[in-house]
Design a protein around this ligand. Structure first.
Ligand code: NAG
Ligand code: NAG
Ligand code: NAG
Ligand code: NAG
Ligand code: NAG
Ligand code: NAG
Ligand code: NAG
Ligand code: NAG
Ligand code: NAG
Ligand code: NAG
Length: 551
């Protein structure tokens, strides 16, 4: 939108003016890759972080942002919550906030005289109103259950409009190692004065049908807001990779804001566009907050991902890190990859190779050609993998997945596959990669592309499509559209929700299906596996507190 018009509009508080008279074809989004500040007491913690939030909002408004998204656990971090609860479970209350019921249309800034709302909520509401910017932030919410009279706690995203009014709140549905919180039950959407209907959910929610797929049953939802604190793993669960795969497969715009904590493989924020391109993506090992501000074209309908090579050459937006991010030193864990079926790639690649799981209930076809001059010796750089089974998602939860992909390996052993590679490592160049699979049409599955480069960015130069080929079958196809090197992962990541199990359930079913790996391997990898929130965190709290006390 025209900047001058935008200033005029943001100076008026009449959102309706904008709604009726602004024929905008884009809006300006800001997402924050946020480095949290730790503090010993709740007052300090809120004060320090809110101060930073308000500075960041000022920066974003100078760049005419219409909406800004802060990450999950940005104001109050999970370490602090764990240690508070550890001291005395009633301590949790001091770190939690009453959030007014959206139906009441309350702007805490205006109600501040009555001291009804906590200082930090008032300040954020005032900042949203001063800068005229839609503001989304996450905090532990407290609410009194009006039937039992007991206090309940939620992981909540608060949505403020340009006047600082709470227009909606979303309570995270799929909690991950947040035992003192209660899961939310409601899917939430909201419409802005630039007439975009946003859906919103948090971190782990992305991996589950309710809310990640069910939210899209409302056809007006074209844009998704995603606050996250995601602990990345290779080859399939790196933050930016999984976000982009979701946005790309659903043809949506997506605003993803991540908590930055590289020590725990956490970080990776981006603005994804509905045409599959990435307006901007950022991940760093440098421990410094960063705002991403980009124009987002407004779409009336979600885009459909097609494998036709379109005539109009979409403006290519190469995804590049604009600054030194020290990405080779960003620590990453590897997802469990035992139980996978591995095939060597061979020097020239593979021509039409069909690979199936042991009981042939899932097959993929690969057609891969390699630029031979780029292959270094000895040749062990890549393998093809296929797997259908369970994958640990944080401790205690096993997600049903169905994947086929090309992944990088560090040496000639299968065990070395799926680790991230160093950006300066000379890598094979692929001239073409095409992966295809045909699966049953069911309402309990979801498929998305999964791509990752050594610099921890997803790639965008590929086509991905799902085509109904009969009443009961759908074909999924994915192919690069220009030569690629530095790949860590390229493939199709499918979720089979009906296979999901908790660890307890799995123990009860002692006669395990053949595709599952040995018990011992599995339980070990559960400890190693991290999504969103981890067992490692609990182990780390001790050392962290110790560090804090020393400093
Ligand atoms: C926990 O804190 C509450 C209020 O702050 C106090 O009444 C209670 O005695 C404490 N419990 C323990 C076990 O320290
Ligand atoms: C409790 O709150 C809910 C939602 O605000 C409301 O619908 C319900 O009527 C309330 N119940 C009681 C007993 O007040
Ligand atoms: C995720 O949330 C849905 C909806 O409440 C629930 O059915 C599912 O069991 C949850 N899964 C996990 C792992 O929390
Ligand atoms: C707002 O968007 C909705 C859904 O796309 C559309 O039906 C409606 O006409 C739009 N309203 C205006 C004022 O543009
Ligand atoms: C905000 O803007 C100031 C001045 O341009 C800059 O120094 C600072 O780094 C910015 N903060 C963030 C988090 O980008
Ligand atoms: C692309 O261009 C060709 C030749 O100009 C034309 O025949 C074809 O219909 C076009 N395809 C699309 C999708 O516009
Ligand atoms: C990446 O490779 C370069 C060159 O081989 C090496 O100097 C550097 O230490 C490596 N970095 C990491 C994090 O492995
Ligand atoms: C395999 O890929 C190559 C390179 O793109 C292409 O020339 C060939 O036609 C493909 N083979 C099949 C059977 O699709
Ligand atoms: C292969 O790489 C893996 C992972 O880095 C390492 O643990 C293993 O020792 C290596 N094996 C050989 C034979 O070099
Ligand atoms: C999914 O499909 C099954 C069987 O085809 C059906 O029983 C179930 O109601 C469907 N669920 C939804 C949410 O549509």
């Amino acid at each position: 939108m025209h900047k001058i018009l935008k200033i005029a509009i943001s100076m008026s508080t009449l959102g309706t003016f904008r709604f009726f008279f602004c024929n905008c074809n884009s809006y300006t989004a800001a997402v924050v890759d946020y480095l949290h500040t730790y503090a010993d007491y709740p007052k300090e913690l809120f004060k320090d972080n809110v101060k930073q939030y308000i500075q960041i909002m000022r920066n974003a408004s100078r760049q005419y942002a219409d909406i800004i998204v802060f990450p999950e656990y940005g104001l109050v971090d999970l370490f602090t919550l764990y240690s508070a609860v550890d001291k005395n479970s009633s301590e949790l209350e001091q770190y939690s906030t009453y959030v007014p019921d959206p139906g009441q249309n309350i702007a805490p800034c205006e109600d501040s005289n009555y001291e009804k709302y906590e200082q930090h909520l008032v300040e954020l509401s005032c900042a949203a109103s001063i800068h005229g910017i839609y503001t989304i932030f996450n905090l532990p919410e407290k609410a009194t259950n009006n039937e039992t009279g007991e206090m309940e706690y939620y992981n909540t995203n608060v949505v403020l409009d340009r006047t600082g009014t709470v227009i909606t709140k979303f309570r995270k549905i799929n909690l991950s190692e947040e035992p003192f919180l209660k899961p939310g039950t409601e899917i939430v959407t909201f419409r802005t004065d630039f007439n975009v209907t946003f859906g919103i959910f948090t971190c782990f929610d992305l991996l589950f049908t309710y809310p990640a797929l069910d939210i899209l049953s409302n056809p007006d939802v074209t844009d998704i807001i995603f606050p996250t604190a995601w602990y990345s793993e290779t080859p399939f669960l790196q933050g930016l990779s999984i976000q982009h795969g979701y946005a790309r497969s659903k043809g949506i715009n997506m605003l993803a804001s991540a908590l930055q904590e590289p020590y725990y493989s956490d970080g990776g924020s981006a603005i994804y566009l509905s045409d599959g391109s990435i307006a901007e993506a950022f991940v760093t090992n440098k421990r410094k907050s960063r705002i991403l501000v980009q124009d987002v074209p407004i779409i009336k309908k979600r885009a459909i991902s097609t494998c036709e090579k379109s005539n109009k050459t979409a403006p290519k937006r190469p995804v590049v890190q604009k600054e030194f991010t020290d990405i080779d030193n960003f620590p990453l864990n590897r997802d469990r990859t035992s139980g996978y079926i591995y095939e060597l790639l061979g020097k020239r690649g593979k021509t039409l190779t069909r690979v199936c799981t042991v009981n042939e209930d899932f097959c993929c076809i690969f057609n891969i050609s390699v630029d031979i001059s780029s292959v270094s010796k000895p040749d062990y750089g890549y393998r093809i993998i296929i797997y259908k089974g369970l994958s640990p998602y944080g401790s205690g939860i096993l997600g049903g997945i169905r994947v086929c992909a090309l992944i990088a390996c560090l040496n000639e052993t299968e065990d070395s596959c799926g680790f991230r590679t160093n950006t300066s490592h000379k890598s094979t160049t692929f001239k073409s990669i095409e992966i295809q699979t045909t699966v049953d049409v069911t309402n309990d599955t979801h498929n998305q592309p999964s791509t990752l480069r050594a610099d921890l960015m997803p790639i965008t130069d590929y086509v991905y499509c799902e085509t109904r080929i009969s009443e009961s079958k759908v074909r999924i196809k994915m192919a690069i559209t220009s030569p690629q090197d530095g790949l860590v992962t390229f493939g199709i990541y499918g979720r089979v929700y009906s296979m999901d199990k908790t660890e307890k359930e799995k123990e009860q079913v002692s006669s395990t299906p053949s595709f599952e790996p040995e018990e011992e391997v599995l339980s070990l990898s559960i400890v190693l596996s991290i999504v969103c929130v981890s067992t490692l965190i609990i182990l780390a709290i001790g050392s962290l507190l110790w560090k804090l006390h020393k400093s």
